[in-house]
Design a protein around this ligand. Structure first.
Ligand code: GLU
Length: 419
């Protein structure tokens, strides 16, 4: 039996091993092993049945060295302090690798949103916002959506914060609905970034997207949009999955039909029935013989066991932390290329940055301006990481951390360590 998975330990290990590979002393990267500030709250709300329930909430600010803290808020039963610490650290690295002027943070509430009414969800979101209000702000720390949170929830955060402050402050949160200063490109941005990354990788591999097969674990915001965009580009998406299980068709799934089927109420894929489409397990989706596997659900999905078994040639991480360090070693030995989360799924935070800039300038950019700028940033980061991996003979994950840590350490040196 291996050690029990701990996301924060995984984060520290990769920072440490990348620091060693860079040939720098621990003294230079030590500050990035620890979050700068951790905020924990107990959030009491009245449930619809009149009873009081108390939820645990977190906001962890990992590093503010390159700019305001930035990162999403997750609503999930498994949220705990170590998960939020890791997610916050990954945000610091993500913003640094794509070179946008933010630090990293993450928040979360330990809850199962599927079991809450819309009214309970709103009360929970607003109370949490009120409780973390002292440490967020448009120049301080800017939340955004993550697993199980969406534009409506960001709208409640915006309204609660603005009500406390007595004026509208749209730049306090990104991923908002369009009518209150959201950016139209934001909803699809993470999936779009994943697809741009896949195209960059295929270009290096001299492989045409129309001759490529893909499997996608997770059919939420990131997974479903990745599937849709790949499908529209002529890639054969042979398998997708959600919490209820997976669907498989070796000739390719009709992704538009699946999107119509799940609809706005987001029906579970297990209820889908069509000739030629079989139902497969979560393990099946991760181990299929496929060109590109996109884990777009949660962390700790590709462990050592899956890494031994997977038939994927390339893994492009739509989720944060889906591959363990142990699995990474096995994948490297097996010659399976992994494009790491901090690079592959950075599209979301990049367009969050565009939304924030527009809010602060009271401006609105056209969608194609956002999408073109997104592509330019993701392409540049991919090239830099790819070249670093070649030059230093390291994996793409190690290279991405090297690029990010170099920027962080340079900034740290110039700013100095107060006092
Ligand atoms: N939650 C997303 C991520 O993990 C987006 C964060 C943001 O837009 O600030 O990258």
């Amino acid at each position: 039996m291996g050690e029990t998975y701990n996301a924060y330990k995984e984060f520290k290990k990769i920072v440490q091993s990348s620091g060693e590979k860079m040939g720098i002393s621990e003294d230079e990267y030590k500050v990035f092993l620890y979050p700068e500030r951790e905020f924990m709250v107990s959030i009491p709300i009245k449930m619809d049945n009149g009873k009081t329930e108390v939820f645990k909430g977190y906001r962890v600010q990992h590093s503010g060295i390159r700019g305001p803290y930035k990162g999403g808020i997750r609503f999930h039963p498994d949220v705990d302090i170590d998960e939020v610490r890791a997610l916050a650290g990954w945000m610091t690295m993500k913003c640094a690798v794509v070179d946008i002027p933010y630090g990293g943070a993450k928040g979360g509430i330990q809850c199962d949103p599927a079991k809450l009414s819309k009214q309970e969800l709103e009360r929970l979101t607003r109370k949490y916002t009120m409780m973390i209000e002292p440490i967020i702000g448009e120049d301080i720390d800017i939340p955004a959506p993550d697993v199980n949170t969406n534009a409506q929830i960001m709208g409640w955060i915006y309204d609660t914060y603005s009500t406390i402050k007595g004026k509208s402050i749209p730049g306090v949160v990104t991923g908002k609905p369009l009518v209150i200063g959201g950016c139209a490109s934001r909803v699809a941005a993470t999936g779009r970034g994943v697809v741009i990354t896949i195209e960059n990788l295929l270009k290096e591999m001299k492989k045409d997207i129309t001759e490529t097969t893909a499997a996608i674990q997770g059919f939420g915001n990131v997974g479903s949009i990745t599937a849709q965009l790949l499908y529209e580009k002529g890639c054969k998406v042979i398998a997708v999955s959600d919490v209820s299980g997976g669907l498989y068709n070796p000739d390719g799934l009709d992704i538009r039909e699946l999107l119509d089927y799940i609809g706005p109420e987001r029906k579970l894929l297990s209820g889908f029935d069509k000739e030629g489409v079989s139902h497969i397990s979560n393990e099946d989706i991760l181990t299929l013989n496929v060109d590109v596997l996109v884990p777009a659900a949660l962390e700790n999905q590709i462990n050592a066991d899956i890494a031994e078994k997977t038939g994927a040639k390339y893994i492009v991480e739509g989720a944060n932390g889906p591959t363990t360090n142990e699995a990474d070693k096995i994948l490297k030995e097996r010659g399976i290329i992994v494009v790491p989360d901090i690079l592959a799924n950075a599209g979301g935070v990049v367009v969050s940055y565009f939304e924030w800039v527009q809010n602060r300038e009271c401006d609105r950019w056209e969608d194609d301006v956002c999408n073109n700028k997104l592509k330019a940033i993701v392409d540049a980061a991919f090239n830099e990481v790819w070249l670093t991996a070649e030059e230093k003979d390291v994996t793409l994950r190690e290279a991405a951390y090297m690029v990010a840590m170099k920027r962080l350490i340079e900034t740290q040196k110039i700013r100095g360590l107060f006092p």
